[in-house]
Design a protein. Structure first.
Length: 78
């Protein structure tokens, strides 16, 4: 059995930076955002393949990293 490791860094080309007030925020481009939504819908319907499970884990990990960075930036401004 082969173990496949999710690598969020493989998605680096799907990131954009958006300025919001004083902040520059990392965001998914439209294609990656749509793919994440599609995978989440397939997960709800219990239709994910093993490859899609890994893909969703990669996107989810990157999303958690961005959320953490955003929280840190907001905390610095207070």
């Amino acid at each position: 059995m082969t173990t496949i490791i999710a690598r969020p860094s493989s998605l680096i080309g799907s990131i954009r930076i958006e300025k919001l007030d004083k902040f520059h925020l990392f965001k998914f481009n439209d294609e990656l955002q749509a793919r994440m939504e599609e995978l989440l819908e397939r997960k709800k319907a219990d239709l994910l393949t093993s490859e899609e499970v890994i893909e969703l884990e990669e996107i989810g990990e990157l999303d958690r990293i961005f959320t953490h960075i955003k929280a840190m930036l907001v905390a610095q401004q207070q």
